[in-house]
Structure formats: structure tokens, C-alpha cells
Design a protein around this ligand. Structure first.
Ligand code: MN
Ligand code: MN
Length: 329
């Protein structure tokens, strides 16, 4: 390993300085924009100007950070210490304008572009789902068109919402149109609930998208679902988790809740199972703290991010990044 600047060992002992003390960064990691010898940067994308129903996801990053201070160093299920084996920092937030979606997208592209230019893996905290489009643009500039593992109750591949092209219901159709997302390497998991039109899912499939509905997953089981995901999402792959993929019992604090979704445990297992993929970025979006209860949804989001970080240890730590970036040390 290189510099220990971002390693867990520099952080206050949770049994000396209580975890609720101090200023909340993600998992109490150092807040810095120095990307020297960094593997993963956590970036907040506090924007909800693409929301169509309940607002509030602009407060998602600060809510996730606040509860993430309880994340501890050792993940016993994956048998890794993500904050020691990886160098992880909290980069802070993109400066997303609340009154211009174009300006907000520009700020997200700037932030994620800065991190990617340093060969650092971006771990993103939304924000509504519109934020994934500028992230995909930035990833494609580095890797070419990417594949996508998209957990959501909703396909988010509609054409327009309220007569507008850029909303939280349309990012992935735009991404395919822009050539930054390969529809044939794109799988949606957890789709369910009532839809505006009978043709909505066929419209998504016409883009090449593979849809595994919530019922499909219950019928197939987690292992078979992961197998299908790995068949579709080849090459460089982005992972996007809309927390509404979980049931409102497990994720009440979100903009567009749908009953009949996954449990927290099922989502943890699915995120954990993505380790074999060539992951190039991750987001967890649509946490809306004003509708949360007991911080249920923020805690879920923080732990999904932690599980994904743990899955990256095998990819980023021993061999260095697969993109020819900084060599292993
Ligand atoms: Mn979504
Ligand atoms: Mn959704």
C-alpha cells in the first residue's frame, strides 16, 4: 500500500472519540480533495431538481453521512477491512445548482471528472436519479460506453416527463441516446408497481435493456439473479441503486415508493454479489430524509455503499486498478 494518509488507522478510535462527535464525513473518513494515492472518493450529489413526486433527495448526502459514522472497520461477511485495505476519502459534494438542471449536471461532470482523471473510483451519494446521467457521461469519456446494473422499482427509461427530457425518470434513455450507455449490457432489477402505460416496459426492452422484475427475482432467487446480471453486464460496468428498489418498509424515505420490494438483507446480498464485475463507479440515490423515519433509509444507503466498498477490495487493492492506472504497490 502507498500513503497511509487516508487509512483508517489515522482516524479517531470509536471507543475514545464517540462516533456521534465531530463533523460528519462518510464513515468518519478524511475530507480532502487531495487524490494522491487514493483508491475511492465518496462524492455527494445533493440535487433533486429532477424529482416528479416527493422532493427532498437534495438532503440525501448529508443524511447518509450522518448515519454512516456508525460504519466500523471490519466487514465480517466479506472478511475485509475496506477502510484499511483501500484508501478512501470523502471528497465532499458537487456544487449542484438547485435551480438549473443543466448547471447541476455540469457541476457533477466536473466533480466526477476530477476524480476519474486521478484514476480514483467514484462512489456517489444522491440526489435524485437524474444525477446518474452526468456521471455516465463522465465515465464514458474515460471507458467508452459502459454497462449498467440498475436496481430500481422504476425503469427510468421514459422519454419525457412534464415535457422535459432531463428528469429522474429519463436518465437512462438519454444515456443510451447519447451513446454513453450500452443498452445490451444494461440490466434493471426490481421493477414493479403500476405504470402510466401498458407499453412502458416494452419501450425499455426496445432499447436492448434486460428487465428482471421484483417478481422475477423472487421466482429465480438471489443466486440465479446474480448469474443473469453477470451475463448481461460485461466490460466496464456502473452500478446505480435507487433505494426505492427496497420495500417502503425498508426504505420509507424516498421520492416514489412502491410496495412489494426487496428487503435490506436481499439488497446487501445482491450488492455483495457484484464483486466479479468490472466495476467503474457506484451510486446510491433517491434517499429523501424528510420522508424518512428513524433514519431507516439513510442507514440502508450507507450500508449498501459500505458493502460495495468491501466488494472493491479484491479489485482495487491487490492488483491495482484494471484500467492500467496506478500500479499495485
Ligand atoms: Mn430511479
Ligand atoms: Mn425508483
Amino acid at each position: 500500500m502507498g500513503s497511509d494518509a487516508a487509512s483508517r488507522s489515522d482516524l479517531p478510535d470509536g471507543h475514545v472519540v464517540p462516533r456521534f462527535a465531530g463533523i460528519s464525513t462518510f464513515a468518519r473518513l478524511p475530507h480532502t480533495r487531495d487524490l494522491t494515492d487514493v483508491d475511492v472518493a465518496v462524492i455527494g450529489l445533493p440535487f433533486d431538481g429532477g424529482t416528479s413526486y416527493r422532493p427532498g433527495a437534495r438532503f440525501g448526502p448529508q443524511s447518509i453521512r450522518a448515519v454512516s459514522t456508525l460504519l466500523r472497520g471490519f466487514n465480517p461477511v466479506q472478511s475485509v477491512e475496506p477502510f484499511s485495505e483501500l484508501r478512501v476519502v470523502d471528497w465532499g459534494d458537487a456544487a449542484t445548482s438547485p435551480v438549473s438542471i443543466e448547471d447541476a449536471f455540469g457541476a457533477i461532470e466536473d466533480a466526477v471528472g476530477t476524480v476519474l482523471a486521478a484514476n480514483v473510483f467514484p462512489l456517489l451519494l444522491g440526489g435524485d436519479h437524474s444525477v446518474s446521467l452526468p456521471v455516465l457521461r463522465t465515465l464514458a469519456a474515460k471507458y467508452g460506453p459502459v454497462g449498467l446494473v440498475h436496481f430500481d422499482a422504476h425503469p427510468d427509461t421514459w422519454d419525457v416527463h412534464f415535457g422535459r427530457k432531463y428528469t429522474h425518470a429519463t436518465p437512462f434513455r438519454r444515456a443510451i441516446e447519447e451513446g454513453v450507455l450500452d443498452g445490451r449490457r444494461y440490466v434493471q432489477i426490481g421493477i414493479r408497481g403500476s405504470l402510466p402505460k401498458r407499453s412502458d416496459l416494452d419501450d425499455a426492452r426496445a432499447l436492448g435493456v434486460t428487465i428482471l422484475s421484483a417478481d422475477d427475482v423472487y421466482r429465480m432467487g438471489i443466486e440465479a439473479t446474480l448469474g443473469r446480471i453477470c451475463e448481461v453486464a460485461t466490460g466496464s460496468v456502473y452500478v446505480s441503486v435507487d433505494v426505492d428498489v427496497c420495500d417502503p418498509a425498508f426504505a420509507p424515505g424516498t421520492g416514489t415508493p412502491e410496495v412489494g420490494g426487496f428487503t435490506s438483507r436481499e439488497m446487501l446480498a445482491m450488492v455483495r454479489g457484484l464483486a466479479p464485475l468490472e466495476l467503474v463507479g457506484f451510486d446510491v440515490v433517491e434517499v429523501s430524509p424528510p420522508y424518512d423515519h428513524g433514519e431507516i433509509t439513510a442507514i440502508l444507503a450507507a450500508n449498501l455503499a459500505y458493502e460495495l466498498l468491501s466488494s472493491l477490495v479484491g479489485r482495487l487493492a491487490p492488483q491495482g486498478r484494471g484500467d492500467g492506472g496506478r500500479p499495485a504497490v
